[in-house]
Design a binder for this molecule. Structure first.
Ligand SMILES: C[S@@+](CC[C@H](N)C(=O)[O-])C[C@H]1O[C@@H](n2cnc3c(N)ncnc32)[C@H](O)[C@@H]1O
Length: 342
C-alpha cells in the first residue's frame, strides 16, 4: 500500500468567521472573493448555496467555455472556495444535512476534529458515491469502484477501441505494462486478455490504492503487479506491450487529478526513452489517444507524430473512432496508435 494517499488537507487552525443561512449567500460569496474565511455553522446546504453563488459571481463558463477561460475560472474558484469551511467532529461533518462520513474515517486516521473546505467535503462525498456504487464498464462486463482521487473516464469509446485493437493482437502475451493505470480499466483488459504478467504504474498513489482494492473485489486473482511510480517504474524484464492512456493535453498541473489530463515538458521524451530500454524484440507501444490536442492546442507539437518523425519508431497501425458528444457537438475522435521500434 502506498505510504501517503492524497486527501484534502485538514484545516487544523483557523480564524474563520461564522456564517449561517441568515447571511445572504451573495454577501458570503463576496466576502470569500475579498479573501475572508468563513465557517458554516448550521447546515451543509448553507455552504453549498454559498458555493453556487460564488460560481455565479466568478462567471463560471461551464462546459461551453474554452480551455483558458475554464482554467482561469477554476483557479479563482479554488482560491476563494478553500476559505469556506465546514467543521468536522469525530471524523463527521458536524452540520445538519451533511453527507455521510464516507472516506473521512479512513483518510484522516491522524485527526478526529478539524475543518475542511465545503468544496472538498462535497468532492469527498461524491467520490464515496462513485466508490460505493461503482462505474459499469462494458469492456470489462462489470463495475469498477474508483477510490477517492482516482481518474474515472468520462466516456467509453476509447476503451472500446482499445478492446478492438487487443482482440486483433497476435503478439506475445508474457509481459505488459499499463503506464498510468488510473482506476485500472486498461490493466484489467490486458489481464483478462491472457497476459501472464501485467504491471500497472501510476504517479498518483490513490490510483494504485484504487486498483489494489479493485483486484481484491474480483472473484478470481489476476496476474497484476502494482507500482506507485513515475512512468514505467522498475525494470522487471522485457515488455511485449507498453500500453498507456496518457494525459491528452499540455498544461499546468495543480491538483492530483490534473495529472490525468495534462502533460508537461519532457513527459513523452522520458516515456519513449524508457520504452526503448524496456521493450522486448518485436514489442509495441500502444497509446490510447485522441485528436483533442489538434483541436484545442494546435500549436503544441503532437507528442506521437513528433516521435514518429524522429525515426526511432514506426507506426504499425492507427485506429480512429468518432465519439458521441457528451454535451454538445464535437469533432473529437479517439485513436489507438501502435508503434514498433525501428
Ligand atoms: C488519462 S488517465 C488514464 C487512466 C486509465 N489508464 C484509463 O485509461 O482510464 C492518465 C493516468 O496517468 C497517470 N499519470 C500521469 N503522469 C504520470 C507519470 N509521470 N507516471 C505514471 N503515471 C502518470 C495519472 O495519474 C492518470 O491516472
Amino acid at each position: 500500500m502506498p505510504a501517503a494517499l492524497h486527501r484534502p488537507e485538514p484545516v487544523l487552525r483557523h480564524r474563520a468567521e461564522p456564517v449561517d443561512r441568515n447571511v445572504p449567500s451573495a454577501q458570503a460569496a463576496a466576502w470569500l472573493r475579498a479573501g475572508r474565511s468563513l465557517l458554516v455553522t448550521d447546515r451543509f446546504g448553507t455552504g453549498l448555496d454559498i458555493l453556487a453563488e460564488l460560481r455565479v459571481q466568478l462567471h463560471d463558463p461551464g462546459e461551453a467555455g474554452g480551455y483558458v477561460e475554464k482554467r482561469a475560472f477554476r483557479e479563482a474558484f479554488q482560491a476563494a472556495s478553500k476559505n469556506l469551511l465546514a467543521p468536522v467532529v469525530a471524523r463527521k461533518v458536524a452540520l445538519a444535512d451533511a453527507p455521510r462520513p464516507g472516506f473521512l474515517a479512513e483518510l484522516y486516521p491522524d485527526h478526529a476534529d478539524f475543518a475542511l473546505p465545503v468544496e472538498d467535503a462535497k468532492v469527498l462525498s461524491s467520490a464515496w458515491e462513485w466508490y460505493e456504487q461503482g462505474v459499469y464498464f462494458p469492456v470489462l462486463g462489470h463495475r469498477v469502484h474508483p477510490f477517492y482521487g482516482t481518474y474515472i473516464p468520462a466516456r467509453m469509446e476509447h476503451l472500446e477501441l482499445f478492446g478492438t485493437w487487443l482482440a486483433k493482437y497476435r503478439g506475445a502475451r508474457d509481459r505488459a505494462i499499463d503506464v498510468g493505470t488510473g482506476s485500472g480499466v486498461l490493466t484489467l483488459q490486458l489481464a483478462k486478455a491472457g497476459f501472464k504478467h501485467v504491471l500497472a504504474t501510476d504517479i498518483n498513489p490513490n490510483a494504485i490504492e484504487s486498483v489494489a482494492r479493485q483486484l481484491r473485489r474480483l472473484p478470481t486473482a489476476l496476474p497484476v503487479e502494482l507500482e506507485h511510480a513515475d512512468l514505467l517504474g522498475t525494470d522487471r524484464g522485457p515488455l511485449d506491450l507498453v500500453v498507456s492512456n496518457p494525459p491528452w493535453m499540455k498544461g499546468e498541473v495543480g491538483r492530483t487529478l490534473d495529472l490525468a489530463m495534462y502533460f508537461q515538458d519532457g513527459f513523452f521524451e522520458r516515456f519513449y526513452a524508457q520504452a526503448l530500454q524496456r521493450l522486448a524484440p518485436g514489442g509495441r507501444i500502444v497509446f490510447v489517444w485522441s485528436n483533442i490536442i489538434e483541436l484545442s492546442q494546435p500549436d503544441v507539437p503532437h507528442p506521437i507524430q513528433t516521435e514518429l518523425d524522429r525515426g526511432r519508431f514506426r507506426l504499425v497501425e492507427k485506429l480512429t473512432r468518432r465519439v458521441k458528444p457528451l454535451r454538445r457537438r464535437t469533432r473529437e475522435k479517439v485513436e489507438i496508435w501502435e508503434l514498433a521500434v525501428v
